[in-house]
Design a protein around this ligand. Sequence first.
Ligand SMILES: [Zn+2]
Length: 74
Amino acid sequence: MGFCISCGQQHQDDIRFCRFCGNQQPGEQLLARLRQEAEQIHYMRLQAQALAQQQQQQQQQQYSQNQYNQQPRW
Ligand SMILES: [Zn+2]
């Protein structure tokens, strides 16, 4: 069972048009595309997180290197 994307009435999964309001319902292709898009967004978010972590680590490394350089050498 699915729900109309326009009026929200319950209807069978395999219909192409809502029998209440007549709006076209998302077919298998559209659902597959939406799923793909959701996966892409998820992947992009993971990449962004990994990049942010890398940058943080690099900054920490630079910070500790600077501290080392600033120490007086006897
Ligand atoms: Zn409808």
